[in-house]
Design a protein around this ligand. Sequence first.
Ligand code: HEM
Length: 183
Amino acid sequence: LGGPEWEVLLGRRDSTTASLSEANSDIPSPASDLSTLISAFVKKGLSTNDLVALSGGHTIGQARCSTFRTRIYNETNINPLFANSLKSNCPSVGGDNNLSPFDFQTPVVFDNEYYNSLVNSNGLLHSDQQLFNNGSTDSQVSSYVTNSDNFFADFVSAIQNMGAISPLTGGQGEIRLNCRVIN
Ligand code: HEM
């Protein structure tokens, strides 16, 4: 995929529980506005700078139609050509699980093209476009468009911060034999 490398700390163990209510309260939805995204990250000890850098993870991967339908049909801060290009694969009714890439220019390369899409109003999720919507984070997005080394350096720092959010260590949790299910 390309992209930067970083050291991943060892000794981090898997949880034996999961919480639907905590996931719903602590993980920001794709319909979130900038202030909600910022406060969700701050709640976990991550800065606004971390939010913008980590969102660059959307340089790869795809999202389901149900997560961006409202944006492509109803929002005005979206490039109309981009919105129209998504509609055949994401009709106004049905096709909820049809996928579109976040970064349609280079969907399988870890680069700064995600930020370029934001400045061109080609953000896929409402939450993506919030990072460049005449707000406090516009300048950081613009800086990543012109300097991908900056993005890579900030991404490494931010993902190390994110990885340090209360990991289970020692005798806590377990090491899963199948990473998708508890032992
Ligand atoms: C800022 C808040 C974030 C929101 C609101 C958000 C939202 C989403 C949504 C809605 C999807 C699509 C899920 C689906 O359709 O089932 C997604 C996928 C993805 N997200 Fe995020 N995300 C956020 C932050 C992050 C971060 C911090 C990373 C990593 C550093 C990340 C990496 C990814 C990747 C790689 C995918 C694609 C997964 C795949 O293709 O299987 N996202 N995100």
